[in-house]
Structures are given as structure tokens and as C-alpha cells.
Design a binder for this molecule. Structure first.
Ligand SMILES: NC(=O)c1ccc[n+]([C@@H]2O[C@H](COP(=O)([O-])OP(=O)(O)OC[C@H]3O[C@@H](n4cnc5c(N)ncnc54)[C@H](O)[C@@H]3O)[C@@H](O)[C@H]2O)c1
Length: 257
């Protein structure tokens, strides 16, 4: 049984990494996927990979209000409805303590990771109200537990976790569920470039395996499978949750073997 049959999913950042794995899995589960990302090349490649005309690629900078408004309009023109907005696009750079973070770096992180949620909600709300749809946010475990040398990024994800709960409360009366997933590490282009910004770049792969008690740093499919559940009717009574998909990375004291 397909868990997402006939759903129209507006997926930001679906051209690479976790988003691309979500796009593939959502398509397999019967959804029509709208990949909303930037720049154009990977969007085209991702849509080709999905290999079915029912999907749509839109090149859009999700921090720009006019572009998001147009992307929502294009989606409604093609499908006439939106069942899910998955706010997944994000950036992780710079890896720095707060006092070294520039205004430009701060603003870019806030606009891409957080203001984008305001924009997709502003322009997509009416459609979600009609479909009694869902919002799903790709947050991060570090939005809850913090992370060394990455303060501004963690602030965007802490903000996303708070938004998830407040939006869930505001929109419950419209039967719109709002949830978030919180990965720890996931092997994607983002994690590879973050790794290169670290002083211990050579030993980073082992470090990233070790932060997860289950013993390895996963690929994006582990996140995508949990997202399918949260978007499906199987999660019909779940809203406002920030679900760690972390191999236990947030759990207590650990002994190194
Ligand atoms: N990879 C990890 O270890 C990890 C861990 C926790 C949370 N996350 C979160 O998961 C999400 C996806 O991360 P990823 O690792 O797959 O990253 P990635 O860099 O591999 O992919 C990011 C995606 O976002 C899109 N994007 C970036 N800026 C954009 C913009 N301004 N407008 C439109 N699209 C834009 C890119 O086109 C791409 O499709 C992010 O929100 C990230 O913070 C990642």
C-alpha cells in the first residue's frame, strides 16, 4: 500500500541530500513531488531522476518572498492543491562561534533556514487549510542540544523547533498538523562541506559515526522514511512533535569502547 498516494508535496531543498532522498521516497509512496530549490542544475537533474511527468521542479530562492509566492502559484496552477509543505532547504555555514559571525552570515542563515518557513506558510496556508494538510520542518538535533562552533546555525534550528510547536497549536483548529524531524548527522553534500570546515577533517568520519550510539552516520534514506510516516495518515494524531532521528545521539553519558 502506498502511504502518500495522490498527495501533492511542496518540498524545499529537494534537489540534494536529505531532500532528494525524501523526493525519491515520496514519489515511491505515490505522491506528486514539487522540488523547490536553488540553483537550477540540480533541480533539473533531480526531476529527471524521479522520471515521471507528474513531478515538478521549480528553481526558487526560498528566502525571497516574491519567488516563494510564485512557486506556490505555479504549484497550484499545475495541481490545484497542496497537501504538504516540507520545509527542508537549509544552509549550515559558517561553522564559527557567535562573536566571529558577521551580520551577513547571520542574516543569510536566518533568512534561508527560518524566514523561509514564514514565507511558505504565508503563501501556502490557504491551500493547506483547504486540503487539511501538513507542514513538516527539517530541523536538527543541535537546535535542542547545541553544538560547538556553530551557534548561529543552531539558533535557526532552535527557532524552527519552537515554531513547530506554536504553529501546531495555531493550526490544529484547521486540522493542519505541524511536525519536525531532527537528524543528528546525515551524509549529504552539506555535511561533507561542514566536515571540511573542521580542524580535524581527517578523523571526522569516525567522529560522525561515534556521535550516534547506533554506531554509524546514516544516509538521507533514514530521514526520508520517518518523514513518510509523519506525513501519512498513520501519524494522523501526531502534531507539534520534534522527532529525533539520531541513532540516540542525544542520550546521556556514554563510555567509549
Ligand atoms: N546533513 C546533516 O547532517 C543534517 C543534520 C541535521 C539537519 N540537517 C538539515 O537538513 C536539511 C537538508 O540538509 P542537507 O544536509 O540535505 O543539505 P544539502 O546542502 O545537501 O542540501 C540542501 C538543499 O537545500 C537547498 N537550498 C539551500 N539554500 C537554498 C535557498 N536559498 N533556496 C532554495 N533552496 C536552497 C539546496 O538547493 C539543496 O537542495 C537542512 O535544513 C539541514 O539544516 C542536515
Amino acid at each position: 500500500m502506498e502511504l502518500l498516494s495522490d498527495k501533492v508535496i511542496f518540498l524545499t531543498g529537494g534537489s540534494m541530500g536529505i531532500g532528494l532522498e525524501c523526493a525519491k521516497t515520496y514519489a515511491k509512496e505515490g505522491a506528486s513531488v514539487v522540488i523547490v530549490a536553488y540553483p537550477e542544475g540540480p533541480v533539473t537533474t533531480a526531476i529527471k531522476l524521479l522520471g515521471n511527468a507528474r513531478h515538478l521542479g521549480i528553481t526558487c530562492d526560498i528566502s525571497d518572498a516574491e519567488q516563494v509566492k510564485t512557486a506556490i502559484q505555479q504549484t497550484l496552477e499545475k495541481y490545484g492543491r497542496i497537501d504538504v509543505i516540507h520545509n527542508n532547504a537549509g544552509i549550515a555555514s559558517p561553522s564559527k562561534p557567535l562573536h566571529e559571525t558577521s551580520d551577513e552570515e547571520w542574516d543569510r542563515l536566518m533568512n534561508v533556514n527560518l524566514k523561509s518557513v514564514l514565507l511558505t506558510t504565508r503563501f501556502g496556508f490557504d491551500a493547506l487549510q483547504k486540503s487539511k494538510g501538513c507542514i513538516l520542518n527539517t530541523s536538527s538535533l543541535v537546535g535542542e542540544i547545541g553544538q560547538e562552533n556553530h551557534a548561529a546555525y543552531t539558533a535557526t534550528k532552535g527557532g524552527m523547533n519552537a515554531l513547530t510547536k506554536s504553529m501546531a497549536l495555531d493550526y490544529a483548529k484547521h486540522a493542519i498538523r505541524v511536525n519536525a524531524v531532527m537528524p543528528a548527522g546525515v551524509w549529504t553534500p552539506m555535511l561533507r562541506s561542514w566536515s571540511q570546515e573542521q580542524p580535524n577533517a581527517d578523523s571526522i568520519e569516525k567522529y560522525l559515526d561515534d556521535i550516534h550510539p547506533l554506531g554509524y552516520c546514516p544516509e538521507g534514506d533514514a530521514i526520508a522514511d520517518a518523514c513518510v510516516f509523519l506525513l501519512s495518515d498513520k501519524a494522523r494524531f501526531i502534531t507539534g512533535t520534534t522527532l529525533a532521528i539520531s541513532g540516540g545521539a542525544e542520550l546521556g553519558y556514554r563510555r567509549k569502547e
